[in-house]
Design a binder for this molecule. Structure first.
Ligand code: GLN
Length: 551
């Protein structure tokens, strides 16, 4: 069993997660079974309660765990399916240690960071490789890549680093590889790349007993052999293991190709003493080729609340890109703040080939989203509603087509006369809101003949959920009579999971109660994103002028 630890130095937001995910992709290409996991030093138990403004999107796994958005990169770049064990925070560790202490598991010992907290961390590293963390069994994978969140030098990160050091001692240095991602800033005035911050960051690692084996250097400029030599000398890393990772020009999906060219996967297999042939990265090359030289272009509007922050809808943007790759089309994403739409009216929606309303919580900006859904319905523009975006479509249809005045979700208006979106009876009155969410993979049965059925090409699917409110089945018959198509339902609970407009009245209008964006990959676009972008292309071909203006 082999283990890789990825740490970051100098600054945050270095793209450590992408580097780790890309290394995972390269090692899979070598035929290795890889699992990625993320350990975060913050004290929240999970990111479920953190604001998307601060922390970016919450990425949901099949088992319903709410995790860091880096797990999204891991699942998109590799074939691995992750679970709650692959996401760990200091909050979880301390919760666990304190629970054990209260139960008396430590038999009266003084409970300390070393060994109690570090043991807990080490157990979780093993749990990434072995079923139930039982190291006497055979591992599920060949390599576990563990990314440590935060930056070297943070107080919170120390227990993780100490655990890594102990782990390498226990498992042998040849079975453990330390990869440090660092930043080489460029000083304009001196016209020089500076290595000092990286030297100091590595010095901090060595202070605690960790010698990096590979140094991945993020840089805006190419790194000269002299700079590599200097880093090698000061950081005690062989010069060939000082890797240049320049900013990619077009897309994050270039990173596996870039790291492959730099030979990172070769360094890893050499370190582990493995003799594995190098396979060409054809699929990744094709992904990048399609991104750089697409044959078409479409303009997709995303109408949301956290629109100024790229990371809050990370998986949504990625999935739109995947839909573009599948259709060989480039995509201009137009981000629209739903509150601005409320003020200025639908003018900003003109010229779009597709409108997407992503998930969200709270009532700010909902009327702007409703306006966008109405515009898409009336102007026959492809519409894709994700979770809240589906609820918005139902509200809009109820008000304007079914004549249910002031229809709403009880999330936004507790005393609406027509609660078409509502809590289920068993959720009402519960104090602890966290406990009322429908989270993780749920089955859905599709109705033959619908757009969704055509997209998936099968009738039984499973998709990931993260929401509290549901389509209110008291209105099912009324809305169906008025023409709403119920394209998918949960076979166990009868919950409406997908609504559509009939093909005869609209080219492509689909709202899903789940989050398909958590299951889309660059090499395999989610079927609904693929079909949404296809419909947008058809729209743009029918109205060629609309794609001329660049955003
Ligand atoms: N706020 C809505 C609900 O709780 C939708 C949530 C979402 O879009 N993820 O049901």
């Amino acid at each position: 069993m082999k283990y890789i630890f990825v740490t970051g130095g100098v600054v945050s937001s270095l793209g450590k997660g992408l580097t780790a995910a890309s290394l995972g992709a390269l090692l899979e290409q070598r035929g290795l079974r890889v699992r990625l996991q993320k350990f975060d030093p913050y004290l929240n138990v999970d990111p479920g309660t953190m604001s998307p403004f601060q922390h970016g999107e919450v990425y949901v796994l099949d088992d319903g765990s709410e995790t860091d958005l880096d797990l999204g990169h891991y699942e998109r770049f590799t074939s691995g399916q992750l679970n709650r064990k692959n996401s760990l925070s200091s909050g979880q560790i301390y919760e666990c240690v304190i629970r054990k202490e209260r139960r008396g598991d430590y038999l009266g010992a003084t409970v300390q960071v070393i060994p109690h907290v570090t043991n807990e961390i080490k157990d979780r590293i093993y749990a990434g490789a072995f079923k139930d963390g039982d190291t006497s069994g055979s591992p599920d994978v060949d390599v576990v890549i563990t990314e440590i969140g935060g930056t070297i030098g943070d107080i919170e990160g120390l227990p993780f680093l100490e655990a890594m050091r102990q782990f390498a001692l226990e498992n042998g240095r040849k079975n453990v590889l330390f990869l440090h991602v660092t930043l080489l800033p460029y000083l304009k005035a001196a016209q020089e790349i500076k290595t000092k911050p990286s030297q100091q960051s590595v010095a901090k690692l060595r202070e605690i007993g960790i010698q990096p084996d590979i140094l991945v250097c993020r840089s805006e400029h190419p790194i000269s052999p002299e700079v590599k030599q200097k880093l090698s000398l000061f950081c005690n890393v062989p010069v060939e293991a000082v890797i240049e990772e320049m900013d990619v020009e077009h897309s994050i999906y270039e990173v596996p190709l870039l790291l492959g060219r730099e030979g990172v996967d070769q360094l890893v297999v050499d370190h582990f003493g493995m003799d594995l042939p190098r396979e060409p990265l054809e699929e990744w090359e094709q992904v990048v080729e399609r991104l750089i030289h697409p044959h078409h272009r479409v303009k997709i509007g995303v109408v949301g609340k956290y629109i100024e922050l790229q990371d809050s809808y990370k998986s949504v943007y990625e999935s739109i890109t995947h839909g573009g790759i599948a259709n060989d089309t480039g995509i201009d994403i137009v981000r629209l703040d739903s509150e601005d739409l409320e003020q200025s009216g639908p003018g900003a929606l003109e010229g779009l080939d597709g409108i997407l309303v992503p998930g969200g919580f709270g009532d700010r900006g909902t009327e702007g989203k409703i306006l966008a859904a109405r515009y898409a319905r009336e102007n026959l523009i492809p519409y894709f509603g994700l979770c809240l975006g589906m609820q918005i479509a139902v509200i809009e249809f109820s008000r304007d087509v079914a004549g249910l005045d002031d229809a709403n979700s009880t999330e936004f208006s507790a005393d609406t006369p027509h609660p078409v979106i509502d809590l289920m009876p068993e959720q009402q009155g519960l104090e602890d809101k966290g406990a009322t969410m429908r989270l993780g993979a749920c089955p859905c049965r599709l109705e033959a003949g619908t757009r969704s059925f055509e997209a998936y090409g099968q009738s039984d699917i499973e998709e990931r959920h993260r929401h509290r409110y549901e389509f209110n089945n008291d209105y099912l018959d009324t809305l169906k009579e008025k023409g709403l198509v119920i394209a998918g339902t949960n076979p166990e609970r009868g919950l409406v999971e997908i609504v559509e407009y009939p093909k005869a009245v609209h080219p492509w209008f689909v709202g899903v109660q789940f989050h398909p964006e958590f299951k889309s990959k660059p090499r395999k676009a989610h079927p609904l994103f693929r079909e949404f972008i296809k419909a947008a292309m058809e729209h743009s071909e029918a109205t060629p002028a609309s794609t001329e203006a660049q955003v």
